[in-house]
Design a protein around this ligand. Structure first.
Ligand code: PEP
Ligand code: MG
Length: 583
Protein backbone atom coordinates (compact mmCIF):
# COMPACT_ATOMS: atom_id res chain seq x y z
CA UNK A 1 0.00 0.00 0.00
CA UNK A 2 1.17 3.51 -0.75
CA UNK A 3 2.31 5.71 2.09
CA UNK A 4 -0.03 8.48 3.24
CA UNK A 5 -0.04 11.22 5.84
CA UNK A 6 -2.85 12.34 8.15
CA UNK A 7 -2.97 15.71 9.89
CA UNK A 8 -4.61 16.23 13.27
CA UNK A 9 -3.96 18.01 16.52
CA UNK A 10 -0.65 17.82 18.31
CA UNK A 11 -1.36 17.07 21.95
CA UNK A 12 1.83 15.55 23.27
CA UNK A 13 5.41 15.65 22.20
CA UNK A 14 7.75 13.09 20.77
CA UNK A 15 7.92 10.51 18.02
CA UNK A 16 6.48 7.01 18.15
CA UNK A 17 7.11 4.34 15.53
CA UNK A 18 5.31 1.02 15.51
CA UNK A 19 2.66 -1.21 14.04
CA UNK A 20 -1.02 -0.32 14.26
CA UNK A 21 -3.28 -2.09 16.70
CA UNK A 22 -6.87 -1.23 15.84
CA UNK A 23 -9.53 -0.98 18.50
CA UNK A 24 -12.97 -1.55 17.07
CA UNK A 25 -15.79 0.73 18.14
CA UNK A 26 -18.74 -1.36 19.35
CA UNK A 27 -21.18 1.41 18.44
CA UNK A 28 -20.47 0.89 14.76
CA UNK A 29 -21.47 -2.74 14.85
CA UNK A 30 -24.71 -2.93 16.81
CA UNK A 31 -27.68 -4.79 15.49
CA UNK A 32 -31.00 -2.98 15.12
CA UNK A 33 -34.18 -5.04 15.48
CA UNK A 34 -37.62 -4.77 17.05
CA UNK A 35 -38.54 -7.04 19.95
CA UNK A 36 -41.85 -8.66 20.79
CA UNK A 37 -44.02 -7.43 23.64
CA UNK A 38 -43.33 -10.56 25.70
CA UNK A 39 -39.53 -10.10 25.34
CA UNK A 40 -39.66 -6.56 26.60
CA UNK A 41 -38.90 -7.03 30.27
CA UNK A 42 -36.14 -9.52 29.48
CA UNK A 43 -34.60 -6.95 27.13
CA UNK A 44 -34.89 -4.22 29.78
CA UNK A 45 -33.22 -6.55 32.29
CA UNK A 46 -30.43 -7.31 29.77
CA UNK A 47 -29.62 -3.59 29.52
CA UNK A 48 -29.89 -3.10 33.28
CA UNK A 49 -27.50 -5.98 33.85
CA UNK A 50 -25.03 -4.57 31.36
CA UNK A 51 -25.14 -1.17 33.11
CA UNK A 52 -24.63 -2.91 36.43
CA UNK A 53 -21.65 -4.85 35.06
CA UNK A 54 -20.04 -1.63 33.83
CA UNK A 55 -20.56 -0.06 37.25
CA UNK A 56 -18.67 -2.96 38.76
CA UNK A 57 -15.97 -2.74 36.08
CA UNK A 58 -15.42 0.95 36.73
CA UNK A 59 -15.30 0.37 40.48
CA UNK A 60 -12.75 -2.37 39.99
CA UNK A 61 -10.64 -0.11 37.77
CA UNK A 62 -10.87 2.61 40.41
CA UNK A 63 -9.73 0.43 43.24
CA UNK A 64 -6.94 -1.08 41.12
CA UNK A 65 -5.56 2.33 40.13
CA UNK A 66 -1.81 2.15 40.54
CA UNK A 67 -0.47 4.61 43.12
CA UNK A 68 1.51 6.50 40.50
CA UNK A 69 -1.41 6.77 38.05
CA UNK A 70 -1.94 10.34 36.85
CA UNK A 71 -4.43 12.11 39.13
CA UNK A 72 -6.63 12.95 36.16
CA UNK A 73 -7.33 9.31 35.55
CA UNK A 74 -9.19 8.83 38.84
CA UNK A 75 -11.17 12.00 38.21
CA UNK A 76 -12.15 10.86 34.72
CA UNK A 77 -13.32 7.51 36.00
CA UNK A 78 -15.42 9.37 38.59
CA UNK A 79 -17.01 11.34 35.78
CA UNK A 80 -17.83 8.09 33.97
CA UNK A 81 -19.47 6.68 37.08
CA UNK A 82 -21.55 9.85 37.41
CA UNK A 83 -22.64 9.65 33.77
CA UNK A 84 -23.53 5.99 34.10
CA UNK A 85 -25.71 6.77 37.13
CA UNK A 86 -27.49 9.64 35.42
CA UNK A 87 -31.09 8.83 34.45
CA UNK A 88 -30.33 10.15 30.96
CA UNK A 89 -28.27 7.02 30.45
CA UNK A 90 -29.52 4.59 33.06
CA UNK A 91 -33.28 5.13 32.57
CA UNK A 92 -34.14 6.80 29.27
CA UNK A 93 -32.85 3.86 27.13
CA UNK A 94 -35.01 1.49 29.21
CA UNK A 95 -38.04 3.59 28.31
CA UNK A 96 -37.05 3.50 24.66
CA UNK A 97 -37.15 -0.31 24.81
CA UNK A 98 -40.57 -0.17 26.49
CA UNK A 99 -42.07 2.48 24.21
CA UNK A 100 -40.51 1.75 20.86
CA UNK A 101 -39.72 -1.99 21.14
CA UNK A 102 -36.07 -1.39 20.15
CA UNK A 103 -33.50 -4.01 21.12
CA UNK A 104 -31.22 -2.94 24.00
CA UNK A 105 -28.21 -1.97 21.84
CA UNK A 106 -30.35 0.10 19.48
CA UNK A 107 -32.12 1.84 22.38
CA UNK A 108 -28.80 2.74 23.96
CA UNK A 109 -27.25 4.00 20.72
CA UNK A 110 -30.37 6.06 20.01
CA UNK A 111 -30.09 7.82 23.35
CA UNK A 112 -26.32 8.36 23.02
CA UNK A 113 -26.86 9.89 19.57
CA UNK A 114 -29.55 12.14 21.01
CA UNK A 115 -27.29 13.31 23.86
CA UNK A 116 -24.36 13.78 21.49
CA UNK A 117 -26.46 15.97 19.23
CA UNK A 118 -27.40 18.12 22.23
CA UNK A 119 -23.73 18.52 23.12
CA UNK A 120 -22.90 19.56 19.55
CA UNK A 121 -25.07 22.62 20.13
CA UNK A 122 -23.01 23.72 23.13
CA UNK A 123 -20.77 26.67 22.31
CA UNK A 124 -18.11 26.17 24.95
CA UNK A 125 -15.42 23.98 23.32
CA UNK A 126 -14.38 22.41 26.62
CA UNK A 127 -17.93 21.37 27.47
CA UNK A 128 -18.56 20.23 23.90
CA UNK A 129 -15.72 17.77 24.19
CA UNK A 130 -17.38 16.20 27.23
CA UNK A 131 -19.83 14.51 24.88
CA UNK A 132 -17.00 12.09 24.30
CA UNK A 133 -17.37 10.88 27.90
CA UNK A 134 -20.98 9.96 27.29
CA UNK A 135 -20.01 8.09 24.14
CA UNK A 136 -17.25 6.26 25.95
CA UNK A 137 -19.54 5.17 28.76
CA UNK A 138 -22.15 4.08 26.20
CA UNK A 139 -19.48 2.19 24.31
CA UNK A 140 -18.52 0.31 27.45
CA UNK A 141 -22.12 -0.77 28.06
CA UNK A 142 -22.45 -1.80 24.41
CA UNK A 143 -19.35 -3.93 24.66
CA UNK A 144 -20.86 -5.81 27.58
CA UNK A 145 -24.15 -6.22 25.68
CA UNK A 146 -22.43 -7.52 22.56
CA UNK A 147 -19.75 -9.45 24.40
CA UNK A 148 -16.93 -7.58 22.64
CA UNK A 149 -14.80 -6.22 25.47
CA UNK A 150 -11.70 -4.25 24.51
CA UNK A 151 -9.20 -7.02 24.06
CA UNK A 152 -5.53 -6.47 23.79
CA UNK A 153 -3.34 -8.97 22.00
CA UNK A 154 -1.88 -11.63 24.29
CA UNK A 155 1.50 -10.72 25.68
CA UNK A 156 4.17 -12.46 23.64
CA UNK A 157 7.46 -13.48 25.07
CA UNK A 158 9.89 -10.61 25.11
CA UNK A 159 7.07 -8.01 24.84
CA UNK A 160 9.07 -6.41 22.01
CA UNK A 161 6.06 -6.42 19.71
CA UNK A 162 3.67 -4.78 22.16
CA UNK A 163 6.12 -2.07 23.15
CA UNK A 164 6.16 -0.97 19.53
CA UNK A 165 2.45 -1.00 19.03
CA UNK A 166 0.44 2.08 18.21
CA UNK A 167 -3.17 2.05 19.34
CA UNK A 168 -5.50 3.36 16.66
CA UNK A 169 -9.11 3.92 17.66
CA UNK A 170 -12.12 6.04 17.03
CA UNK A 171 -11.69 7.08 20.66
CA UNK A 172 -10.16 5.63 23.82
CA UNK A 173 -11.74 5.93 27.24
CA UNK A 174 -9.53 6.87 30.20
CA UNK A 175 -10.38 3.50 31.78
CA UNK A 176 -9.16 1.62 28.71
CA UNK A 177 -6.02 3.73 28.71
CA UNK A 178 -5.00 2.07 31.95
CA UNK A 179 -4.51 -1.23 30.21
CA UNK A 180 -2.23 0.41 27.68
CA UNK A 181 -0.30 2.08 30.40
CA UNK A 182 0.63 -1.25 31.92
CA UNK A 183 1.61 -2.62 28.54
CA UNK A 184 3.86 0.29 27.51
CA UNK A 185 2.32 1.00 24.14
CA UNK A 186 4.27 3.38 21.96
CA UNK A 187 1.54 5.88 21.11
CA UNK A 188 -2.10 6.68 20.42
CA UNK A 189 -3.99 7.85 17.35
CA UNK A 190 -7.69 8.70 17.63
CA UNK A 191 -10.29 10.01 15.20
CA UNK A 192 -11.89 12.35 17.70
CA UNK A 193 -10.56 14.63 20.42
CA UNK A 194 -8.96 18.01 20.81
CA UNK A 195 -6.43 19.73 23.05
CA UNK A 196 -8.70 19.27 26.08
CA UNK A 197 -9.85 15.75 25.34
CA UNK A 198 -9.14 13.16 27.97
CA UNK A 199 -7.00 11.13 25.61
CA UNK A 200 -4.87 14.23 25.11
CA UNK A 201 -4.59 15.03 28.81
CA UNK A 202 -3.74 11.48 29.82
CA UNK A 203 -1.29 11.04 26.93
CA UNK A 204 0.49 14.19 28.09
CA UNK A 205 0.64 13.07 31.70
CA UNK A 206 1.89 9.62 30.66
CA UNK A 207 4.36 11.37 28.35
CA UNK A 208 3.36 9.28 25.36
CA UNK A 209 3.29 10.63 21.78
CA UNK A 210 -0.29 10.99 20.62
CA UNK A 211 -2.21 12.57 17.79
CA UNK A 212 -5.93 13.18 18.09
CA UNK A 213 -8.64 14.72 15.92
CA UNK A 214 -7.53 12.56 12.97
CA UNK A 215 -11.11 12.29 11.60
CA UNK A 216 -11.18 8.85 9.95
CA UNK A 217 -7.76 7.47 10.83
CA UNK A 218 -9.28 4.32 12.32
CA UNK A 219 -10.98 3.57 9.00
CA UNK A 220 -7.93 4.37 6.84
CA UNK A 221 -5.30 2.56 8.89
CA UNK A 222 -5.27 -1.24 8.78
CA UNK A 223 -4.19 -3.70 11.43
CA UNK A 224 -0.37 -4.06 11.53
CA UNK A 225 0.32 -1.11 9.21
CA UNK A 226 3.55 0.67 10.04
CA UNK A 227 2.70 4.01 11.64
CA UNK A 228 4.82 6.99 12.65
CA UNK A 229 3.32 9.51 15.09
CA UNK A 230 5.03 12.87 14.99
CA UNK A 231 3.53 14.20 18.21
CA UNK A 232 5.25 17.57 17.83
CA UNK A 233 3.56 18.27 14.51
CA UNK A 234 0.29 16.36 15.06
CA UNK A 235 1.04 14.26 11.99
CA UNK A 236 0.64 10.54 11.42
CA UNK A 237 2.49 8.84 8.56
CA UNK A 238 1.10 5.47 7.53
CA UNK A 239 3.26 2.91 5.72
CA UNK A 240 6.20 5.27 5.37
CA UNK A 241 8.82 4.84 2.65
CA UNK A 242 12.01 3.19 4.03
CA UNK A 243 14.01 6.42 3.88
CA UNK A 244 11.26 8.34 5.76
CA UNK A 245 11.19 5.61 8.38
CA UNK A 246 14.97 5.86 8.70
CA UNK A 247 14.85 9.66 9.13
CA UNK A 248 12.25 9.37 11.86
CA UNK A 249 14.17 6.64 13.62
CA UNK A 250 17.18 8.95 13.71
CA UNK A 251 15.08 11.87 15.00
CA UNK A 252 13.53 9.63 17.63
CA UNK A 253 16.94 8.39 18.78
CA UNK A 254 18.19 11.99 18.98
CA UNK A 255 15.15 13.01 21.04
CA UNK A 256 15.67 10.14 23.44
CA UNK A 257 19.35 11.04 23.83
CA UNK A 258 18.50 14.72 24.39
CA UNK A 259 15.89 13.85 26.99
CA UNK A 260 18.30 11.63 28.87
CA UNK A 261 20.88 14.40 28.87
CA UNK A 262 18.32 16.94 30.07
CA UNK A 263 17.17 14.60 32.83
CA UNK A 264 20.64 14.90 34.35
CA UNK A 265 20.11 18.65 34.82
CA UNK A 266 17.24 18.24 37.30
CA UNK A 267 19.32 18.99 40.37
CA UNK A 268 21.78 21.38 38.69
CA UNK A 269 21.22 24.95 39.93
CA UNK A 270 20.10 27.31 37.14
CA UNK A 271 23.06 29.68 37.01
CA UNK A 272 24.50 31.45 33.96
CA UNK A 273 28.17 31.10 32.98
CA UNK A 274 28.94 34.44 34.65
CA UNK A 275 27.40 33.19 37.90
CA UNK A 276 23.96 34.85 37.90
CA UNK A 277 21.25 32.66 39.52
CA UNK A 278 17.99 32.39 37.55
CA UNK A 279 14.64 31.32 39.05
CA UNK A 280 12.87 28.70 36.95
CA UNK A 281 9.30 28.22 38.11
CA UNK A 282 6.40 26.08 36.92
CA UNK A 283 2.94 26.97 35.63
CA UNK A 284 0.28 24.62 37.00
CA UNK A 285 -3.46 24.20 36.56
CA UNK A 286 -4.28 21.80 39.39
CA UNK A 287 -2.49 20.89 42.64
CA UNK A 288 -1.70 17.48 41.14
CA UNK A 289 0.59 19.19 38.60
CA UNK A 290 3.02 19.93 41.44
CA UNK A 291 4.49 16.44 40.96
CA UNK A 292 5.55 17.32 37.41
CA UNK A 293 6.86 20.69 38.62
CA UNK A 294 9.03 19.07 41.30
CA UNK A 295 10.12 16.36 38.93
CA UNK A 296 11.43 19.01 36.55
CA UNK A 297 13.31 20.68 39.42
CA UNK A 298 11.17 23.85 39.60
CA UNK A 299 12.09 26.39 42.29
CA UNK A 300 8.39 26.95 42.92
CA UNK A 301 5.11 27.65 41.18
CA UNK A 302 5.14 30.93 39.28
CA UNK A 303 1.55 30.66 38.10
CA UNK A 304 -1.27 28.51 39.46
CA UNK A 305 -4.13 29.14 37.04
CA UNK A 306 -6.88 28.80 39.66
CA UNK A 307 -9.69 29.07 37.09
CA UNK A 308 -9.21 25.39 36.29
CA UNK A 309 -10.76 24.60 39.69
CA UNK A 310 -13.85 26.47 38.54
CA UNK A 311 -14.23 24.98 35.06
CA UNK A 312 -15.75 21.74 33.80
CA UNK A 313 -18.01 21.34 36.82
CA UNK A 314 -21.13 20.17 35.03
CA UNK A 315 -21.10 16.97 37.09
CA UNK A 316 -21.37 19.18 40.18
CA UNK A 317 -24.66 20.73 39.09
CA UNK A 318 -22.87 23.86 37.93
CA UNK A 319 -21.81 24.88 41.38
CA UNK A 320 -18.72 26.99 42.04
CA UNK A 321 -16.18 25.32 44.29
CA UNK A 322 -16.86 26.21 47.94
CA UNK A 323 -14.37 28.07 50.11
CA UNK A 324 -13.34 24.82 51.79
CA UNK A 325 -12.94 22.99 48.51
CA UNK A 326 -10.76 25.79 47.17
CA UNK A 327 -8.79 26.01 50.40
CA UNK A 328 -8.09 22.28 50.18
CA UNK A 329 -6.72 22.63 46.62
CA UNK A 330 -4.52 25.63 47.47
CA UNK A 331 -3.31 23.97 50.65
CA UNK A 332 -2.51 20.79 48.72
CA UNK A 333 -0.46 22.78 46.20
CA UNK A 334 1.59 24.58 48.83
CA UNK A 335 2.14 21.40 50.85
CA UNK A 336 3.07 19.47 47.69
CA UNK A 337 5.70 22.09 46.84
CA UNK A 338 7.48 21.45 50.15
CA UNK A 339 8.42 24.97 51.15
CA UNK A 340 8.88 26.39 47.68
CA UNK A 341 6.79 29.49 46.89
CA UNK A 342 3.43 29.02 45.19
CA UNK A 343 2.01 31.94 43.22
CA UNK A 344 -1.76 31.61 43.05
CA UNK A 345 -3.48 33.69 40.44
CA UNK A 346 -7.03 34.68 41.32
CA UNK A 347 -9.80 33.60 38.99
CA UNK A 348 -9.04 34.56 35.37
CA UNK A 349 -12.34 33.67 33.77
CA UNK A 350 -13.99 35.03 30.66
CA UNK A 351 -12.92 35.17 27.00
CA UNK A 352 -11.63 31.70 26.06
CA UNK A 353 -12.05 30.39 29.63
CA UNK A 354 -15.73 30.95 30.49
CA UNK A 355 -17.29 29.39 33.57
CA UNK A 356 -19.84 26.74 32.61
CA UNK A 357 -22.69 28.64 34.15
CA UNK A 358 -21.74 32.20 33.22
CA UNK A 359 -23.40 33.23 30.02
CA UNK A 360 -21.11 35.11 27.66
CA UNK A 361 -22.97 37.92 26.05
CA UNK A 362 -20.11 40.35 25.41
CA UNK A 363 -19.48 41.22 21.78
CA UNK A 364 -15.71 41.04 22.34
CA UNK A 365 -15.26 38.75 25.34
CA UNK A 366 -11.48 39.26 25.45
CA UNK A 367 -12.17 42.95 26.00
CA UNK A 368 -15.10 42.32 28.32
CA UNK A 369 -15.79 41.37 31.91
CA UNK A 370 -12.76 39.11 32.24
CA UNK A 371 -10.47 38.17 35.15
CA UNK A 372 -10.22 40.86 37.86
CA UNK A 373 -13.03 42.82 36.20
CA UNK A 374 -15.35 39.84 36.68
CA UNK A 375 -14.11 39.29 40.25
CA UNK A 376 -14.70 42.90 41.25
CA UNK A 377 -18.20 42.62 39.80
CA UNK A 378 -18.82 39.47 41.91
CA UNK A 379 -17.44 40.55 45.30
CA UNK A 380 -18.85 37.64 47.33
CA UNK A 381 -17.31 35.07 45.03
CA UNK A 382 -14.00 36.98 44.99
CA UNK A 383 -13.91 37.32 48.78
CA UNK A 384 -14.53 33.59 49.06
CA UNK A 385 -11.54 32.84 46.84
CA UNK A 386 -9.34 35.34 48.68
CA UNK A 387 -10.24 33.78 52.04
CA UNK A 388 -9.47 30.31 50.69
CA UNK A 389 -6.06 31.42 49.37
CA UNK A 390 -5.24 33.34 52.56
CA UNK A 391 -6.14 30.36 54.73
CA UNK A 392 -3.83 28.13 52.67
CA UNK A 393 -1.01 30.65 53.25
CA UNK A 394 -0.83 29.38 56.83
CA UNK A 395 0.59 26.13 55.41
CA UNK A 396 3.49 27.49 53.32
CA UNK A 397 4.73 30.40 51.24
CA UNK A 398 1.95 31.68 48.98
CA UNK A 399 1.96 34.76 46.76
CA UNK A 400 -1.27 36.29 45.46
CA UNK A 401 -1.30 37.25 41.78
CA UNK A 402 -4.04 39.38 40.22
CA UNK A 403 -4.74 39.08 36.47
CA UNK A 404 -5.69 41.78 33.92
CA UNK A 405 -5.23 44.87 36.07
CA UNK A 406 -4.94 48.11 34.12
CA UNK A 407 -6.33 50.96 36.24
CA UNK A 408 -5.09 52.33 39.56
CA UNK A 409 -8.64 52.21 40.87
CA UNK A 410 -8.83 48.47 40.15
CA UNK A 411 -5.61 47.86 42.07
CA UNK A 412 -6.94 49.90 45.00
CA UNK A 413 -10.29 48.10 45.00
CA UNK A 414 -8.51 44.73 44.86
CA UNK A 415 -6.25 45.66 47.77
CA UNK A 416 -9.31 46.73 49.75
CA UNK A 417 -10.98 43.40 49.06
CA UNK A 418 -7.88 41.56 50.23
CA UNK A 419 -7.86 43.65 53.40
CA UNK A 420 -11.56 42.84 53.89
CA UNK A 421 -10.94 39.10 53.44
CA UNK A 422 -8.16 39.33 56.03
CA UNK A 423 -10.48 41.08 58.48
CA UNK A 424 -13.12 38.38 57.98
CA UNK A 425 -10.55 35.69 58.75
CA UNK A 426 -9.27 37.49 61.82
CA UNK A 427 -12.84 37.78 63.11
CA UNK A 428 -13.33 34.07 62.50
CA UNK A 429 -10.04 33.30 64.24
CA UNK A 430 -8.58 31.66 61.14
CA UNK A 431 -4.83 31.71 60.57
CA UNK A 432 -3.13 33.19 57.49
CA UNK A 433 0.10 34.88 56.44
CA UNK A 434 -0.38 38.55 57.40
CA UNK A 435 2.51 39.58 55.16
CA UNK A 436 1.36 37.67 52.06
CA UNK A 437 2.91 39.22 48.94
CA UNK A 438 0.53 40.65 46.36
CA UNK A 439 1.46 40.98 42.71
CA UNK A 440 -0.06 41.97 39.38
CA UNK A 441 0.00 40.35 35.99
CA UNK A 442 1.28 42.83 33.45
CA UNK A 443 -0.67 41.73 30.41
CA UNK A 444 -2.44 44.84 29.18
CA UNK A 445 -0.30 47.43 27.35
CA UNK A 446 -1.76 50.20 29.52
CA UNK A 447 -0.33 48.48 32.59
CA UNK A 448 3.13 48.16 31.06
CA UNK A 449 3.02 51.82 30.06
CA UNK A 450 2.01 53.08 33.51
CA UNK A 451 4.22 50.85 35.61
CA UNK A 452 4.85 53.33 38.46
CA UNK A 453 1.17 52.91 39.45
CA UNK A 454 1.84 49.21 39.97
CA UNK A 455 5.31 49.46 41.49
CA UNK A 456 4.03 51.86 44.12
CA UNK A 457 1.21 49.57 45.23
CA UNK A 458 2.42 45.98 44.77
CA UNK A 459 5.16 43.59 45.85
CA UNK A 460 5.92 41.84 42.55
CA UNK A 461 4.96 41.72 38.87
CA UNK A 462 4.51 38.88 36.40
CA UNK A 463 4.31 39.56 32.69
CA UNK A 464 1.63 37.53 30.89
CA UNK A 465 3.04 37.65 27.41
CA UNK A 466 0.16 35.62 25.93
CA UNK A 467 -2.29 38.41 26.63
CA UNK A 468 0.24 41.22 26.33
CA UNK A 469 0.79 40.16 22.71
CA UNK A 470 -2.95 39.71 22.12
CA UNK A 471 -3.83 43.17 23.42
CA UNK A 472 -0.81 45.04 22.03
CA UNK A 473 -1.10 43.67 18.51
CA UNK A 474 -4.93 43.46 18.57
CA UNK A 475 -4.81 39.75 17.69
CA UNK A 476 -7.39 37.46 19.23
CA UNK A 477 -5.17 34.67 20.61
CA UNK A 478 -7.71 31.97 19.75
CA UNK A 479 -8.58 33.17 16.23
CA UNK A 480 -6.61 31.03 13.77
CA UNK A 481 -7.27 33.49 10.94
CA UNK A 482 -4.95 36.05 12.52
CA UNK A 483 -2.59 33.57 14.16
CA UNK A 484 0.17 34.41 11.64
CA UNK A 485 0.30 37.96 13.03
CA UNK A 486 0.81 36.83 16.63
CA UNK A 487 4.50 37.68 16.97
CA UNK A 488 6.49 37.83 20.22
CA UNK A 489 9.34 39.56 18.38
CA UNK A 490 7.26 42.55 17.27
CA UNK A 491 9.29 45.60 18.37
CA UNK A 492 6.32 46.90 20.37
CA UNK A 493 6.32 43.71 22.46
CA UNK A 494 10.07 43.80 22.96
CA UNK A 495 9.80 47.43 24.09
CA UNK A 496 7.03 46.70 26.63
CA UNK A 497 8.88 43.66 27.97
CA UNK A 498 12.28 45.30 28.32
CA UNK A 499 10.94 48.52 29.83
CA UNK A 500 8.91 46.58 32.41
CA UNK A 501 11.90 44.40 33.38
CA UNK A 502 14.17 47.45 33.56
CA UNK A 503 11.84 49.50 35.68
CA UNK A 504 11.21 46.59 38.07
CA UNK A 505 14.96 46.24 38.57
CA UNK A 506 15.35 49.99 39.11
CA UNK A 507 12.78 50.08 41.91
CA UNK A 508 13.61 46.67 43.39
CA UNK A 509 10.28 45.03 42.48
CA UNK A 510 10.77 41.48 41.17
CA UNK A 511 9.49 40.88 37.64
CA UNK A 512 8.78 37.44 36.16
CA UNK A 513 7.51 36.29 32.77
CA UNK A 514 4.84 33.56 32.96
CA UNK A 515 3.44 33.52 29.41
CA UNK A 516 4.47 31.00 26.75
CA UNK A 517 7.52 33.12 25.84
CA UNK A 518 9.14 32.02 29.13
CA UNK A 519 9.24 28.40 27.96
CA UNK A 520 10.45 29.08 24.42
CA UNK A 521 14.16 28.25 24.27
CA UNK A 522 14.58 30.42 21.17
CA UNK A 523 13.79 33.44 23.36
CA UNK A 524 15.57 32.50 26.61
CA UNK A 525 18.76 34.40 25.78
CA UNK A 526 16.85 37.47 24.65
CA UNK A 527 14.89 37.57 27.92
CA UNK A 528 18.06 37.03 29.95
CA UNK A 529 19.72 39.83 28.00
CA UNK A 530 16.83 42.13 28.88
CA UNK A 531 17.55 41.46 32.54
CA UNK A 532 14.85 38.85 33.29
CA UNK A 533 15.75 36.68 36.28
CA UNK A 534 12.52 34.77 36.87
CA UNK A 535 10.81 32.54 34.29
CA UNK A 536 7.62 30.51 34.82
CA UNK A 537 6.55 27.87 32.32
CA UNK A 538 4.91 24.49 31.71
CA UNK A 539 6.95 21.91 33.65
CA UNK A 540 7.91 20.12 30.42
CA UNK A 541 9.79 23.24 29.25
CA UNK A 542 11.80 23.71 32.40
CA UNK A 543 14.81 21.53 31.65
CA UNK A 544 15.29 22.70 28.05
CA UNK A 545 15.21 26.32 29.32
CA UNK A 546 17.63 25.44 32.12
CA UNK A 547 20.07 24.04 29.58
CA UNK A 548 19.90 27.33 27.70
CA UNK A 549 20.50 29.28 30.93
CA UNK A 550 23.54 27.15 31.79
CA UNK A 551 25.06 27.90 28.38
CA UNK A 552 24.42 31.65 28.53
CA UNK A 553 26.90 34.35 29.48
CA UNK A 554 25.16 37.59 30.42
CA UNK A 555 28.33 39.60 29.74
CA UNK A 556 27.98 38.66 26.08
CA UNK A 557 24.17 38.66 25.91
CA UNK A 558 23.48 42.11 27.36
CA UNK A 559 25.27 44.27 24.72
CA UNK A 560 23.87 42.17 21.86
CA UNK A 561 20.34 42.42 23.34
CA UNK A 562 20.67 46.22 23.55
CA UNK A 563 21.35 46.23 19.82
CA UNK A 564 18.22 44.15 19.18
CA UNK A 565 16.14 46.55 21.26
CA UNK A 566 17.35 49.48 19.18
CA UNK A 567 16.28 47.75 15.95
CA UNK A 568 12.83 48.22 14.52
CA UNK A 569 12.92 46.27 11.24
CA UNK A 570 11.80 42.63 11.67
CA UNK A 571 14.76 41.43 9.58
CA UNK A 572 17.26 43.17 11.86
CA UNK A 573 15.54 41.80 14.99
CA UNK A 574 15.51 38.24 13.63
CA UNK A 575 19.17 38.53 12.67
CA UNK A 576 20.02 39.84 16.13
CA UNK A 577 18.22 36.92 17.80
CA UNK A 578 20.16 34.50 15.59
CA UNK A 579 23.38 36.15 16.63
CA UNK A 580 22.39 35.72 20.28
CA UNK A 581 21.92 32.01 19.69
CA UNK A 582 25.47 31.78 18.32
CA UNK A 583 27.09 33.47 21.33
C1 PEP B 1 -0.63 35.18 29.85
O1 PEP B 1 -1.56 35.88 29.48
O2 PEP B 1 0.51 35.24 29.34
C2 PEP B 1 -0.80 34.22 30.95
C3 PEP B 1 0.23 33.62 31.50
O3 PEP B 1 -2.04 33.94 31.38
P1 PEP B 1 -3.14 33.11 30.55
O4 PEP B 1 -2.43 32.43 29.41
O5 PEP B 1 -3.74 32.16 31.51
O6 PEP B 1 -4.07 34.18 30.09
MG1 MG C 1 -3.35 36.11 30.65
Amino acid sequence: MASFTLHGISVSRGIAIGRAHLLKAAALEVKHYLIEQDQMEAEVARLQNAIHTVHKELQAIWSDLPKDAPAELGAFIDVHVLILSDPMLSEVPLNIIRNRYYNAEWALVTQIDELSAQFDEVEDPYLRERKVDIQQVGERVLKVLTGTATELPPIKSGEEKVAHMIVVAHDISPADMLQFRDRSFAGFVTDVGGQNSHTAIVARSLDIPAAVGMFNASALISQDDWVIIDGDAGVVIVDPAPQVLEQYRERQARQIRDRKKLGKLKKTPAVTIDGTPIMLMANIELPEDCAAALDAGASGVGLFRSEFLFMGRTGYHNKLPTEDEQFESYRKAVVNMKGRPVTIRTLDTGADKPLDMAEQTALNPALGLRAIRYCLAEPQMFLMQLRAILRASAFGPIRLLIPMLSHAVEIDQTLQMIAQAKTQLRTANKKFDEAIEIGAMIEIPAAALTLPLFIKRLDFLSIGTNDLIQYTLAIDRVDHEVAHLYNPLHPAILYLLSSTIKMGAKYGVPVAVCGEMAGDTRLTRLLLGMGLREFSMHPSRLLPVKQEVLNSDLRLLMPQTRKILRAIEPGAIAEGVERLAAL
